[in-house]
Design a protein around this ligand. Structure first.
Ligand code: ZN
Ligand code: FE
Length: 241
């Protein structure tokens, strides 16, 4: 059995993900930036809520924590290195830890750069990666607390995953990321094809998430950087784009 994963767009361009492990009947949400619409969807699904999984402390990823915990009595797991800034945290996770969700297990991967304690959740059986604001479709998170070297290493860890791994990132930034990607690697045929697909999806107001590790490796300029220096140059260009 694999995880059932539902995308819930919140707060304009954030994605909250609802995970259902059907075998043992366990439900989790990843990065609930707000409680109202998340609670409404959880109520509609009718399974309750057992866990909140947090990638990093920013309010657009944790703003729903306390409201959802009060309403559903769920537990909250998040990055140990940011525990003091994750409201309501019960379980602290770091690199090499595992998190059990019913019959599914996530490996915790440290992915600092956007924030210093940022973590990602890799459910290998379900081939699903929840990477918050580390890797985006065709982009990467802003370096608010870390540096290019740190984020380059984080990308290396994520890019080591199987090509078929689906990448569930925290924001729908893909259309603007595609413009930047084309500006630096406009002659990449895989990127050109992907940009056309993205344009078609966004024209119908459909999500571009998830992509896959294989797609990111072929088309994301940050995944194609061969050194931390090159990664840093790209990030600076993107900041000014
Ligand atoms: Zn963030
Ligand atoms: Fe965010």
């Amino acid at each position: 059995m694999t995880l059932e994963i539902e995308l819930l767009p919140i707060l304009g361009d954030n994605y909250c993900f609802i995970l259902r492990e059907p075998e043992k009947g366990v439900t989790a949400v990843v990065d609930p930036g707000t409680d109202g619409p998340v609670a409404a969807r959880i109520e509609a699904l009718g399974h309750g809520l057992d866990w909140i999984l947090i990638t990093h402390h920013h309010a657009d990823h944790t703003g729903g924590n306390l409201g959802l915990k009060e309403r559903f009595g769920c537990k909250i797991a998040g990055p140990a290195a940011e525990a003091a800034r994750v409201p309501g945290i019960d379980v602290e996770l770091g690199h090499g830890d595992t998190f059990t969700l019913g019959a599914e297990t996530a490996a915790i991967i440290d992915t600092p750069g956007h924030t210093r304690g940022h973590i990602s959740y890799h459910f290998a059986q379900s081939r699903a990666l929840f990477c918050g604001d580390a890797m985006f479709v065709l982009g990467c998170g802003r370096l608010f607390e870390g540096d290019a070297e740190m984020m380059f290493r984080s990308f290396e860890r994520l890019l080591a995953l199987d090509d078929a791994t689906r990448v569930y990132c925290g924001h729908e930034y893909t259309a603007s990321n595609a413009k930047f990607a084309l500006s630096v690697e406009g002659d990449n045929p895989d990127l050109q094809a992907r940009a056309r697909e993205i344009e078609a999806l966004r024209a119908k107001d459909q999500p571009t998430v998830p992509s896959t590790i294989g797609q990111e490796r072929a088309t994301n300029p940050f995944a194609r950087a061969r050194s931390a220096e090159e990664f840093g140059r790209l990030r600076t260009l993107k900041d000014r784009f």
